[in-house]
Design a protein around this ligand. Structure first.
Ligand code: BTN
Length: 322
């Protein structure tokens, strides 16, 4: 990655550079320069090679670590970055790396996922232009506290979207982010744990950023949205990601120090599920009623025809808009 970043920097600063010049500046062979140029082309950089040398036409909007490093100002989350142009699922990679001992805060970014996964074993469509990333976390807590990681992450996305773009983003219990009632982002938390100790958690975020809604399958076009659709323009994904990570680190610190209570009120204030008629689908069970409360453990309390029901997981649908 070192050479790649340096080559990008050289190409950005000069109109045209010969392979020889580049090789001597970097202290590598011309063959290595050529190989690295091909890698950059593979990552989407538009580099023209001629007899006079190399010229970069435009920089692709990629989440390359060298660019992110200049933007991320956290202490833990995103300090180490693993970048992939393609992958099956960033959560899969994160779990593998966490098992291999990669440290807390490691950020895994995929430009495109071939087998992106959503909650409740659903497929997550992840074309280029979205923000698909996972973070390895190793908090000392029990597995029952892990859903808090999903709450703090979705809260961080909502706050960032509101502050950065003035969008009226809200939360749908437990972890969805909505804009104008349509889903723009989902969070998938996966853990490896024993009964009373969490070994690690992987928090995966899927944010539909620079994607046209037409690029999604028809069945989701009415229920999903993207930042590009809402704003009428593309966003700078690297800056957005850096902001989300800062917010996430702040919330993660208070959550690990002071518990869910420390972020709970903000979550409630930004949650649009409360006071709505809802339908919650669990494996083989459906609960309908009015969502009246989220309790201190993060469970949704629904008032049904049979009384109050406490719901800890499931797919929640808002049946009313107001
Ligand atoms: C949901 O169902 O709402 C959760 C979607 C989570 C998708 C993200 S994209 C990055 C990470 N990798 C995955 O395979 N899934 C998560």
């Amino acid at each position: 990655m070192e050479s790649l970043s340096k080559i990008i920097e050289i190409l950005r600063n000069q109109k045209e550079v010969s392979g020889e010049e580049m090789a001597s500046e970097l202290g590598i062979s011309r063959t290595s320069v050529w190989k690295n140029i091909n890698r950059l082309k593979g990552k989407g950089f538009n580099i023209i090679s001629s007899r006079r040398g190399y010229r970069m036409i435009e920089e692709a909007d990629l989440l390359l670590p060298y660019r992110l490093r200049g933007l991320i100002n956290t202490k833990i989350i995103g300090r180490h970055i693993e970048y992939f142009a393609h992958c099956d699922s960033s959560n899969n990679i994160a779990k593998k790396l966490a098992r291999e001992g990669l440290k807390e805060g490691t950020l895994i970014i995929c430009e495109e996922q071939e087998a992106g996964r959503g909650r409740l074993e659903r497929k997550w469509i992840s074309p280029r232009g979205g923000l698909w990333f996972s973070v390895i976390l190793k908090p000392s807590m029990t597995p029952v506290e892990a859903p808090g990681l999903g709450f703090l992450t979705s809260l961080s996305v909502v706050k960032t979207l509101r502050r950065r773009y003035g969008l009226e983003a809200s939360l749908k219990w437990p972890n969805d982010v909505l804009i104008n009632g349509k889903k723009v982002c989902g969070v998938l938390v996966e853990v490896e744990a024993e009964m009373d100790i969490l070994h690690f958690a992987v928090v995966g975020v899927g944010l539909d950023a620079n994607i046209s809604i037409k690029d999604f399958p028809e069945e989701v076009q009415d229920i999903a949205t993207t930042l590009k659709e809402e704003l009428g323009r593309e966003v700078d994904r690297a800056k957005l990601l850096a902001d989300i990570l800062s917010e996430m680190e702040r919330n993660y610190n208070s959550f690990t120090l002071y518990g869910l209570e420390s972020i709970f009120q903000e979550y409630i204030d930004l949650c649009s599920t409360i006071q709505k008629e809802v339908r919650v689908v669990q494996h083989g069970r459906e609960i309908k009623g009015k969502a009246v409360e989220i309790d201190k453990e993060g469970a949704l309390i629904v008032l049904t025809s049979e009384g109050r029901v406490r719901i800890t997981y499931g797919d929640c649908f808002h049946l009313t808009n107001t």
